[in-house]
Structures are given as C-alpha cells and as structure tokens.
Design a protein. Structure first.
Length: 145
C-alpha cells in the first residue's frame, strides 16, 4: 500500500489552490536553513556593535579587564567588555559563517538560474508570418511596375 497518487507532486491542487506536501516541505527546509544561518551570525552583531561604540566614543576595549567608558554620564565599560567578549564565539563560528556565505551564494545562484530558465520557458516568441512577408514583397513589386 503506497501513498496516494499526486501526494508528493510539486504542483498545486486545482480544486483547492493549496500548496501540496512537497512544496510545504521545501519551504520548511528553506526556512530552517535560514534560521540556522541567522543563528550562526547572531554573535557577530554584539561584537561588531561593541567595536563600533568603542571606536566612536574613543574608549579602550580590552578583554583583560573592564576599562571605564563614560558616555552621557553612564559608565558602559562592563557591557562594552561583555559584548566584546563575543568575539571569541565569533572566532569559534568562523568556519560555519564561511559555510553559510558559500551556501547562500550557491542558493542565490541556483534561484537566479531557475528564474532565468522559467522566464525563457514562459516567454512567447512570435512565429514567423511567411504569408505576410510574401504579400509585402508582392505589393512592393506591383508598385514598382
């Protein structure tokens, strides 16, 4: 006893206009890969923010100890140091970050090729009208006489 016919097809059902199981599974895989990519890149945000704030305010960012950094009357030295320590996690995740960049570029290239092929397939090329060309030639010849 197998699956009902058409259950895993990639076409939408004509009666209900709902996506089929295969399309739903494909979308969930794409969504899951997107979430994994975001999760890998998440530690880079506070690290880059700490570097930018330290550079902008002229504070010294150190991993050894908390340096005082007064901005608008508040000492942000401890949060800045903690955000800067995320750099160690970024270093550990660098191979996975590189993989996400390569996978994203490959996925984008494949989607571009699919869209290009789909546009070629749907583009209607006009069929040559030999009868109209012949009439045009005959009309031009009859005017010359």
């Amino acid at each position: 006893m197998g699956l009902p016919a058409g259950l895993w097809s990639t076409r939408q059902s004509i009666e209900t206009d709902q996506p089929t199981k295969a399309r739903t599974v494909k979308a969930s895989w794409e969504r899951a890969l997107l979430y994994v990519g975001l999760l890998v890149w998440l530690p880079a945000i506070p690290f880059a923010l700490a570097l930018a704030i330290a550079n902008f305010t002229g504070c010294e960012l150190s991993e050894n100890d908390v340096r005082p950094c007064v901005v608008a009357g508040l000492d942000i030295g401890l949060p800045l140091t903690l955000m800067g320590l995320m750099g160690w996690l970024v270093i550990a995740l660098l191979p996975f970050m590189a993989l996400t960049l390569l996978a994203g570029a490959a996925w984008g290239f494949v989607r571009l090729i699919v869209a290009w092929r789909r546009s070629i397939r749907t583009r209607k090329t006009p069929k040559p009208d030999f009868a109209a060309d012949r009439r045009r030639v005959l009309n031009a010849n009859s005017r010359d006489d």
